[in-house]
Design a protein around this ligand. Structure first.
Ligand code: MN
Length: 710
């Protein structure tokens, strides 16, 4: 079997001819290892071991200064000397292979220098200071960005926190992630030596985190190979089946794709259009997807045609000829040049049908678009160099939609960096990161001021509010979508205009309901944090309890609903924030929207009001748990250390403070509001006594709808 059949996704040099690289064998790591063992060559000569790297680098950057590569190799080789990979090869083969991957994708010299050194600080005596002294700050930054945090310091949090660190570093220099992706690719290629459980664990993280990052950064060549490697480990049977399909197809006598390619070449030649027409085999995962979609695989389904031209305008010229001279499948036409995707990708997609019904998908792009499609941000060169230094040939990719204005810091990355700041614990960060990366498609909505917001597909106005205002979005009171008043739950579509209406009340509260409509981590984390800090907002309010914003459920002291709610099993029970009932208070319930039953103390003013408007009471009784949450007001004279003394008194009673607010003193009097978690409701009277005994405190009372005014 040819190398092409075993792995159609092998990445390689990007331009001009994909076919050329298909025939090229993968670099022999054993050979690299032997060369490495021979040690560095003379002081000025390039060591043999980096010959491949240099060759690949020169192909993209003919004028590159190779001295940093030589010095980086010498340092990496000497410091890793004696270390072995699990496979038994000298360790230096790993950084060499990672660097080769990047060089073939066209990475610039600084990235390659850092890539050669990427494991030195983690695994050898080399320090970051030394890297800075010998290679400069940029290289030090990149090496630091990919250096893992130690298990000894971080325990189980080491992996999430390492990714967090890497993403934050990527926010300032996207080349950090380029190196990480290439590093992961080589580790995945050589994963076979690990225990199966470890293989699976690494493959899952690759699938959930690295592959979406490769996709978002537009590094298609790495993404497709990673996908196949993950597929093989996580779905071995389907992988074997797909492999069988590909092997069978490669042994067929006829090749419909080759025939269609020949036909396309003829059409373009006659039209006088200069173009390269190539066949691109689909990678395994792509073959698997197509076979699932179509049921039966025909010859033309195993690959796609790629037409490469020199100028943007030629793309449309080619499209016109194909649509005129062949039979186009119009539903397959997509213009990712005029309407680009969020990840730099540009191309025209179409499909043509043969008389026998076989359909070939066709991609049309310029050479430059192809380079960017394969290598994404890696192809951008040094993102900080002045435009003249970049070897860009002006592909017009920088449209004014905000998302693509700065490809080195795309919108999704900025948003990710925003919410991760608010995710204090590694578990929340880790699960939210995976969830965020699973939302792959993005939409752009417009603000009335002409700005734009990028959001994941499915985002609502709540998401837009938090994307635009951060935690200030708590004060959002409404929204206009395309000029019309709409609910905050409205799901936004690409191109909508969204005008958020903001209230002026600084004490505005988000609604618990918003959580159901929040899809983005930034919104979800902000609302959850607010709710956690305000478990039962018990300040006096004129509004009846049910129209108030978020009286959060007391997590404990949840009364078990009695027979009335028999026909509503599973009803959610909520303790009213106005009177904060506590066992053994006499209580009653009312059913409100959404099958929720709110529970009040029977003497609560809201009960009278509910009855007056004809609401039926629901019988409720306390459950078995004696733990409870209660809101208390303490009235006191202002004096130094009062707050400290009060909180100490509470703590000495073994009670946890969930939240506390102190109103500014008025006429020497200070009012404190505490929401407290008691291990036992029966302890409440003793707690209140203890608080009253604090010097200066003249009253302690339960929160009540109409709280007493002193
Ligand atoms: Mn590594």
């Amino acid at each position: 079997m040819s190398a092409e059949a075993t792995n159609p996704a092998t990445p390689g040099p990007i331009t001009p001819a994909v076919q050329r690289r298909r025939g090229r064998p993968r670099i022999d790591l054993r050979r690299l290892g032997r060369a490495a063992l021979l040690g560095p060559a003379g002081r000025d000569r390039l060591p043999d071991a980096i010959g491949h790297v240099v060759e690949a680098h020169r192909a993209h950057h003919p004028d590159a200064d190779l001295d940093p590569l030589r010095r980086a190799y010498v340092l990496a080789e000497s410091s890793h000397r004696g270390q072995m990979r699990k496979s038994g090869e000298p360790y230096i083969t790993h950084p060499l292979a990672v660097t080769l991957i990047l060089a073939e994708l066209g990475a610039e010299t600084t990235t390659l220098t850092a890539s050669l050194l990427h494991d030195t600080v983690e695994d050898t005596e080399v320090t970051l200071d030394q890297v800075r002294a010998e290679f400069g700050e940029e290289v030090r930054y990149l090496v630091d960005g990919v250096t893992k945090l130690e298990k000894v310091d971080y325990g189980a949090a080491a992996e999430p926190e390492t990714f967090r660190k890497m993403l934050v570093a990527t926010g300032s220099d996207v080349r950090v992630m380029s190196i990480k992706l290439a590093d992961r690719l080589h580790n995945m290629r050589t994963l076979g030596v690990m225990r199966p459980e470890k293989q699976e664990r690494i493959a899952k993280v690759t699938k959930d985190v690295l592959i979406p990052l490769a996709e978002r950064l537009g590094v298609q060549a790495l993404k497709t190979e990673l996908e196949d490697l993950v597929f093989e480990i996580l779905r071995p049977e389907e992988y074997a089946h797909t492999r069988e399909l590909i092997v069978q197809n490669s042994s067929r006598a006829d090749d419909p794709l080759a025939e269609i390619a020949e036909e396309v070449r003829g059409v373009l030649r006659e039209a006088g259009l200069q173009a390269e027409v190539l066949i691109r085999p689909r990678h395994f995962v792509s073959v698997h997807r197509v076979s699932r979609k179509r049921g039966e695989m025909r010859g033309a389904d195993f690959g796609r045609l790629l037409v490469l031209v020199n100028e943007d305008a030629d793309c449309y010229g080619v499209l016109g000829e194909l649509h005129t001279c062949l039979t186009p499948v119009v539903s397959e036409f997509k213009d990712f040049i005029a309407v680009p995707k969020f990840n730099l990708y540009q191309s025209l997609h179409t499909a043509v049908a043969r008389p026998d019904g076989q359909v070939a998908e066709v991609l049309i792009r310029t050479h430059q678009m192809h380079k960017v499609a394969e290598a994404g941000v890696i192809a951008l060169g040094n993102p900080y160099a002045a435009p003249a230094e970049e070897q860009q040939d002006g592909d017009g990719a920088r449209s004014a939609d905000g998302e693509r204005a700065d490809p080195t810091r795309p919108g999704w990355l900025s948003r990710l960096l925003d919410w991760q700041e608010a995710a204090p614990d590694p578990d929340t960060f880790w699960s939210t990161l995976r969830e965020d990366l699973a939302q792959d498609r993005e939409i752009t909505v417009f603000r009335p001021d002409g700005g734009t917001l990028g959001l994941p597909a499915g985002a609502s106005c709540v998401d837009a509010a938090y994307a635009q205002y951060g935690e200030d979005a708590h004060a959002c009171i409404g929204v206009r979508v395309n000029g019309r008043l709409a609910r905050l739950s409205t799901v936004l579509k690409d191109g909508d205009t969204v005008q958020l209406l903001m209230g002026q009340d600084p004490a505005s509260e988000p609604s618990r309901e918003w959580l159901e409509h929040a899809h983005t981590p930034v919104a979800r984390i902000a609302i959850t944090r607010w709710l956690a800090a305000h478990p039962a907002s018990a300040t006096a309010s004129e509004a009846p309890a049910e129209t108030r914003r978020p009286a959060a459920d007391g997590p404990a002291a949840r009364p078990a609903a009695a027979d009335v709610v028999v026909d509503r099993p599973g009803a959610t029970v909520r303790l009213a924030g106005c009177c904060t009932p506590v066992p053994p208070d006499a209580i009653t319930g009312f059913s409100v929207r959404g099958g929720v039953v709110t529970v009040h103390r029977v003497e609560c003013a809201a009960v009278e009001r509910m009855k007056n408007v004809g609401r039926a009471e629901v019988e409720v009784r306390w459950g078995d748990s004696s733990e409870c949450r209660v809101t208390l007001f303490a009235e006191s004279f202002g004096r130094p250390h009062l707050l400290a003394d009060l909180t100490e008194a509470i703590a000495l009673e073994g009670v946890a403070i969930v939240s506390a607010t102190v109103e500014p003193p008025s006429q020497q009097r200070v009012r404190h509001t505490y929401t407290l978690q008691l291990p036992d409701a029966a302890h409440l009277p003793a707690l209140m006594r203890a608080m009253r005994n604090v010097p200066g405190v003249f009253d302690v009372s339960r929160a009540h709808h109409q709280s007493p005014t002193p």
